[in-house]
Design a protein around this ligand. Structure first.
Ligand SMILES: C[S@@+](CC[C@H](N)C(=O)[O-])C[C@H]1O[C@@H](n2cnc3c(N)ncnc32)[C@H](O)[C@@H]1O
Length: 249
């Protein structure tokens, strides 16, 4: 049992022990990839995502960060009417994900896009692309230091009442408190990620028009409902202009 400093290990272990995967394909995929240390959804996180997907019944799902396609296949299984688009920048991961999605019989509804999500989403935002304002469920699960950039690029893609789930936002407890910070080589990189995650959570929690819960589930989840994405996008632009004007003074 890995210590994640989110809940006490005994509680996390107990909750993980309650996890049941009834889909044999997903069960085997999890076992194979956990053994190979491939990063996939934690069990607790999967359970909550499953419930949210059933509550929202999304029709267009966007996932940022595919790895081997475990999460994308989950969405495809849970939401039989949904089209799932998932973006991955590592070619070998994307290729493995496509293979797994094909084996799960979901290639007609689950689409892997190869590329850095920052570039891919920026391209989608140019012109009158069909992706604009179409996604009703977005799962952000890629490089933690870029969440605010992903968010900005997702804003024009969100449909009304979009649900956005951001994973790993508590980052082994480091976001909540510096007491979890371990000495070592990665300390500086971690400090940058932590600073950015704090800014991200601060924004999600305080921005008018967003309703966000930060939950100590898995490695920390932020669940945000965006009722009126156009309004939130307009406020984002105004804030940027104000910051630019301040910098000019
Ligand atoms: C935690 S894993 C994703 C797990 C997956 N969502 C699942 O549930 O099975 C994170 C993935 O994001 C990818 N990634 C990181 N930064 C990215 C970026 N800027 N654009 C696209 N993919 C990225 C990594 O290569 C990695 O495969």
């Amino acid at each position: 049992m890995e210590t994640r400093n989110i809940t006490v290990p005994e509680t996390a272990e107990y909750i993980e022990g309650l996890y049941v995967q009834s889909n044999p394909y997903l069960k085997a995929l999890r076992q194979r990839n956990q053994a190979a240390m491939v990063p996939i959804l934690l069990e607790e996180t999967e359970g909550l995502l499953h419930q949210l997907a059933l509550l929202r019944s999304p029709k267009h799902i966007l996932e940022i960060g595919t790895a081997v396609g475990y999460g994308a296949i989950c969405f495809g299984v849970w939401c039989p009417e949904a089209q799932v688009t998932t973006v991955e920048h590592a070619p070998e991961m994307a290729a493995q994900a496509e293979e797994n999605i094909a084996s799960a019989g979901l290639s007609h509804r689950v689409n892997v896009v190869l590329g850095d999500a920052r570039k891919v989403l920026a391209e989608w935002n140019e012109g009158e692309r069909q992706e604009r304002r179409s996604y009703d469920f977005i799962f952000i699960d890629a490089a933690k230091g870029h969440y605010l950039e992903f968010w900005e690029l997702c804003l024009p893609l969100m449909a009304k009442d979009c649900v956005v789930v951001s994973d790993n936002v508590l980052f082994k407890g480091l976001t909540a408190s510096d007491v979890f910070s371990a000495p070592g080589k990665k300390k500086r990189k971690h400090r940058t990620i932590v600073r950015r995650l704090r800014t991200y959570l601060d924004y999600l929690s305080h921005q008018e028009g967003l309703v966000t819960s930060v939950l100590p589930v898995g490695d920390g989840l932020a669940i945000t409902i965006v009722s009126n994405p156009e309004q939130v996008a307009a406020q984002w632009k105004l804030k940027q202009i104000a910051t630019m004007e301040k910098n000019d003074e």
